[in-house]
Design a protein around this ligand. Structure first.
Ligand code: NOJ
Length: 522
């Protein structure tokens, strides 16, 4: 059933599928996913039952950070395809009831971006340098001691002696958002893509655009001035009849987080608190409560995210001794019981999809892929690896190309060699294999997304008293979600019918690490 593309409030309860284009499907056999591959797989996404796709950056890029180093905000990376193909994708997706959301990267460009090249050539004191953060050093060293989020100093020196700021890799110079030309440029970029039918944008590193360079400590997160930028963006998106703005906002302070969701700013923002939570009932219940307490008073829908292209896959994460997620300690290589992780990831999916608001599914999550932790060092592409002095392997393990069909790599993903190697054991996790197995993760996601569209989405929840070891709540439609975290099975309610369960619920008992959706008898 196609999604509803006429409802202007669609985003409040949407299921949004994140396409990491590089690794989704390769249409031309060069080993890298592309628009042709994605277009050929749109029926898969329609059948899965998602309302929208969010694509990671698709712009021309030297790929120093997987495309988050944008060389031209108005083009398509030739390895991915052409602008005409992007327009076709948007159109074809709409025909299937799927909206398209693209990634906009306003904090930094690629060092190959025309403006940065111009700034390098123009030299110190030029207007071109004012679009970035160029400064003289102090003595032989950088202007201050700020560190890059990827490790190492946040400053790089250019041959004429000045230094430029990059919160991420040196190939990603930060824009100076005090400069009106930068502000104007991004308003134009938004219009460029809205004119091409894009339904919304995901804003990369949304909270770090404004900086205080005089501060000794890194001072870039969540400065008040950032809200003026999003108010301007909102005026543009509203003028297009409600295209949506989604912020990537990692902030521990929920009150500050909520500021981004004021009625004249962003529509939604990613809820990383839930993603980061341990697989423990008190932690998850606390996170849900906190999230709803943050969103409900301001009338913004919550978002529920279990994974993305930056964090370890849930199957691996939930199978570890420490199940919480922390960007600072990525737990690379910590052993994981994948069977346990898979059971929990299935339950987590039913939990996330039952909660009020919108939900994100990162490609491969619906297949139960695990984090690939044995990518040969010489193939590691994530800049975190180099920047950390080969101590952090980084995020490639969740970016391995999808297995579609067949019994050996490249599993129908490509006719060539995938840019990252796929584990041969993924033969059991291909779309083809899972289509045929009613107990598969794919079939669970598909059924859950269908039921969710009919019975869940945005609204309210009522907690049900089931004791400390069980998360239990009822949604407006009468659907009850129970997740058992305790060692002992718990009895299901005596009335009501089981619509879906993440594992066996024989004899009216809900085993450990299992979730169930029940429709109350009315
Ligand atoms: C957040 C993105 O999700 C991540 O992949 C990227 O490396 C940084 N922002 C920098 O753009």
């Amino acid at each position: 059933m196609p999604g509803n593309t006429s409802n202007p409030e669609w985003w409040r309860g949407a299921a949004i599928y994140q396409v990491y284009l590089r690794s989704f499907a390769d249409g031309n056999g060069d080993g890298t996913g592309d628009l042709a591959g994605l277009r050929s797989r749109l029926p898969y996404l329609a059948k899965l039952g998602v309302d929208a796709i969010w694509l990671n950056p698709w712009y021309p890029s030297p790929m120093a950070d997987g495309g988050y180093d944008v060389a031209d905000y108005r083009g398509i990376e030739p390895v991915f395809g052409t602008l005409a193909e992007a327009e076709k994708l948007i159109e074809e997706a709409h025909e299937l009831g799927i909206r398209t959301i693209i990634d906009v990267v306003p904090n930094h460009a690629s060092d190959q971006h025309a403006w940065f090249q111009e700034a390098l050539a123009a030299g110190p004191g030029s207007e071109a340098r004012e679009r970035f953060w160029f400064r003289p050093g102090v003595g032989d060293g950088p202007p201050n001691g700020w560190q890059s989020i990827f490790g190492g100093p946040a400053w790089t020196q250019v041959p004429d002696g000045e230094w430029y700021l990059h919160l991420f890799a040196p190939e990603q110079p930060d824009f100076n958002w005090n400069n009106p030309a930068v502000r104007q440029e991004f308003l134009d970029v938004l219009r460029f893509w809205f004119d091409r039918g894009v339904d919304g944008v995901r804003i990369d590193s949304a909270a770090v655009l404004v900086k205080d360079l005089d501060s000794v400590e890194e001072s870039y997160t969540d400065h008040d001035g950032v809200h003026d930028i999003y108010r301007e963006w909102r005026r543009v998106s509203d003028s297009y009849g409600g295209r949506i703005l989604i912020g990537e906002v990692w902030l521990p302070d929920q009150e500050r987080f909520a500021n981004y969701l004021r009625p004249d700013e962003l529509h939604t923002a990613f809820n990383f608190d839930f993603l980061s939570s341990a697989w423990e009932p008190a932690a998850l219940r606390g996170s849900i409560d906190l999230t709803l307490a943050t969103h409900v008073p301001i009338g913004a829908p919550a978002t529920w995210v279990l994974s993305n292209h930056d964090v370890a896959r849930p199957v691996t994460r939930y199978g570890r001794a420490i199940t919480s997620w922390d960007n600072a300690d990525r737990r690379d290589g910590m052993p994981s019981d994948l069977e346990l992780g898979r059971r929990r990831a299935r339950a987590a999916a039913l939990l996330a999809m039952a909660l009020p608001g919108s939900v994100y599914v990162y490609q491969g999550e619906e297949l139960g892929l695990w984090e690939v932790e044995d990518i040969p060092e010489e193939l590691i592409d994530d800049p975190m690896w180099e920047r950390s002095g080969h101590t952090v392997r980084g995020r490639d393990g969740c970016r391995v190309p999808l297995p579609w069909s067949g019994t050996e790599p490249p599993f129908g993903y490509s006719t060539g060699e995938p840019w990252l190697p796929q584990p041969p054991q993924w033969r059991d996790l291909t779309v083809e294999a899972q289509e045929a197995d009613p107990g598969s993760m794919l079939r669970l996601y598909r059924t859950a997304l269908r039921l969710r569209r009919e019975l869940l989405g945005d609204g309210t929840l009522t907690w049900l008293p089931y004791g400390d070891e069980v998360i239990a709540f009822r949604r407006d439609s009468g659907l009850v979600c129970l997740v058992n975290f305790g060692a002992e099975p718990v009895a299901l309610p005596e009335t009501g019918s089981v619509l879906l369960a993440s594992g066996p619920v024989d004899g009216g008992l809900l085993p450990t690490d299992t979730a169930v959706w029940i429709m109350e008898a009315r």
